[in-house]
Ligand binder design. Sequence first.
Ligand SMILES: Cc1cc2nc3c(=O)[nH]c(=O)nc-3n(C[C@H](O)[C@H](O)[C@H](O)COP(=O)(O)OP(=O)(O)OC[C@H]3O[C@@H](n4cnc5c(N)ncnc54)[C@H](O)[C@@H]3O)c2cc1C
Length: 170
Amino acid sequence: RVTQLDIRPQPPEKEDKLSVWPYWATKMRTSSSQAEGAEREFQVATLEFIGEDGALTGVKCCEVDEKRKPIAGTEFVIRADLAFIAIGFAGPAAVGPVSELAGQMKIAIDSRRSNNVEANDRDYKTSVENLYAAGDVRRGQSLVVWAIREGRQAARSIDEALMGSSVLPR
Ligand SMILES: Cc1cc2nc3c(=O)[nH]c(=O)nc-3n(C[C@H](O)[C@H](O)[C@H](O)COP(=O)(O)OP(=O)(O)OC[C@H]3O[C@@H](n4cnc5c(N)ncnc54)[C@H](O)[C@@H]3O)c2cc1C
C-alpha cells in the first residue's frame, strides 16, 4: 500500500483560472500512479518516524489547521516500512557546511528564504570576508540559468576583489 501525505488542503476538482492567472492553476490532479491505487491524505503533517531495531515501522501523523499547525487529538499512525520525503527544495541541509559556517564564522542566513546564505545579487559577498555565495544556496531552489548567471557574476566580483578590476563580462 502507498499513502501520499500532503500538508496542503485537498484542491478543488476544477481550477478557478481567473483567480490564479498567470500562475499554474491549483486543482485536484491524479497521475496514472495515483490512479493505480495510492491513497492520499490532505491537511496532514508528519510528526515522527517510528522504528524498531533501526528499521522504520510507522509514521506518526496528525491533521493540521489552515495555518498548517497540528490539531491536538488528531494524531494517528500509518504502518510503514519505507518513507520517501518529496517536499521540494527545503533549503541548505541543516547539518553540513552551511550550518557549520553559521556556527563557526557567524555567516548571515536569510531566514525569510529557507535559511539560504545571505548575499546580494550585485557582488555576491556574504557577511564573512572573502566568502561568496551564488546559485541555489543563495537564491533558493531555482533554474540552472540563474545558477550559471550568478556563478559568472560572482566570479567577476571575486576577480574585482582580488585584482582591483575585472576583465570578466558583467
Ligand atoms: C530534481 C531536479 C530537477 C531539476 N530540473 C531542472 C530543470 O529542468 N531545469 C532547470 O533549469 N533547473 C532544474 N533544476 C534546478 C537546477 O538543477 C539548480 O538550480 C542548479 O543545479 C543550481 O546550481 P548550483 O551550482 O547553485 O548548485 P548545485 O548544482 O546543487 O551544485 C552544488 C554543488 O556543491 C557540491 N557540494 C555540496 N556540499 C559540498 C561540500 N561540503 N563540499 C564540496 N562540495 C559540496 C554538490 O555536490 C554540488 O555539486 C532541477 C533541480 C532538481 C533537484
